[in-house]
Design a binder for this molecule. Sequence first.
Ligand code: GLN
Length: 550
Amino acid sequence: MKQKSSSTPKFIVVTGGVISGLGKGIAAASIARLLSSKLKIVPIKCDGYLNTDPGTMNPIEHGEVFVLDDGGEVDMDFGHYERFIGCTAKFEWNLTMGKVFKRILEKERHGDYLGSTVQFIPHVTNEIKSMFHTIVEKEKADLALIEIGGTVGDLENQFYIEAVRQLKNEVGRDNILFIHLTYVPIPSGVNEQKTKPTQMSVKALNELGIEPDIIIGRCQEYLTQKIKEKISLYCNIDTDEVISGPDTNCVYEIPLIFENEGLVASLHKKLSIYSPPYLKEWRELVERIKKNISEPSRQTTIAICGKYTALEDSYASIIEALTHCGAQLDIKVNLKWVDTDEIEKGTVGPAEALEGIGGVIVPGGFGVRGVEGKITAIRYCRENNIPFLGICYGMQLAVVEYARNKCGIKEAHTAEAEADGKKVKNAVIDLLPEQKKIKDKGATMRLGGHDVIIKKGTLAHRILKADTVRRRFRHRYEVNPQYIQTLEKGGIIFSGCAGDKRIMQIMELEGHPYFVGCQFHPELTSRLEVPDPFFLHLVKNSLTPEKKGN
Ligand code: GLN
């Protein structure tokens, strides 16, 4: 990120209207990206729920839990922020009502409010504003981009809205800008863009004391000039402050669309800032992705074998990492979702489930449901030379599979299965020693960025081209140190370990086109301009020789 300039910090607040799921996080990340060449930007996300963080939430309901370098478990929008701005975000930047209330209750017990009745206003709103100011000061930011979760009108986000309304009076009209992202439907049968939901949602925002400066209309298509004029008339803003947010098959195109729509010029003018977008390489990569979606010259299919396949949002960063590889290699990467429950139940066999697949990912996961199905899929990849990348649980289960079928440890398993009442005789994967005493579930895993020492002369060393890399972790279990020698004798190469050499962090196999497992989550640090090397090699190896070309 950039060096801070000396002027007063600016604030951009992004709210959402009408319905959820419009891609507010991507819109916010795109705006930040457009302004980040000369300004130090800090993205802040405000979530309304009472959990301290999403770490204990089911990814099917909430989407992927994104893990930061500092160990924070945060909303998946931070994945967009980091990928679009290239920043390393911090746990503090994700406000939740759980965090806000926890601080207030602690202060109350400590006696910080002695004499006062502690109230929603001003105490909750003051706490929220003070959290904003602390972040901006600590980061020496030029601009804070505050995204308020949910849609305007939701009760649980009302205090954030009230806090930013008050913030406007404190920092002055010239230093804060409100962007409202709404929905412009095209009802079937009518076949024209409709502005009424936008009008209603802007009205709801006005009632809360906020007048948006810019409205982004999410729609299947570009907003027509007529519709922009109508929104301008009803919502009290200039026509060129109504921006189209059309559907796109490539989220990385959004900053380019916003720029074309004149958003940057409006932001510069309204906030008296100047930070021209830098999008040259980005634009070329986006053009490649789009070309490959419509007319690919080469393509491959990667299977993701997991439990949460019902909701693609639970694997958001994996999908992005594969998109990055496709852009870099100039190919189309198709995805196939394989539900390992089905393989476990025997409804489909691995050969059928993985037919025509170029490579397989077994992603992170928890619990024992579908585990035997994953192990069957891993065995099939190992025995049939299908390129394989096991991530976290995927690596642990690759070790279990190898122990059972190549090292003669027939009853090898992960101790995680014991939680389900199974008796595990040979726990080749066991709890990390420091995890044994822990009872609480929230933020108690081994979390965040750690160094991985790479063994020279291994595939990992050739791919990563470094003796040490930093990657992000989220786990309770590890390869049981008591079995390492036996596993190595049986043929597993542990090519990456923790600094103290105790925790095995990468495994690989010789004599296979590509069989790699990692205890960390490489998808979290993959970028459009710099795809993660483990993903890149999986995708490269998934191309059959004639498709590989040069
Ligand atoms: N359940 C495994 C563990 O806790 C793997 C976790 C993961 O895949 N993120 O170690």
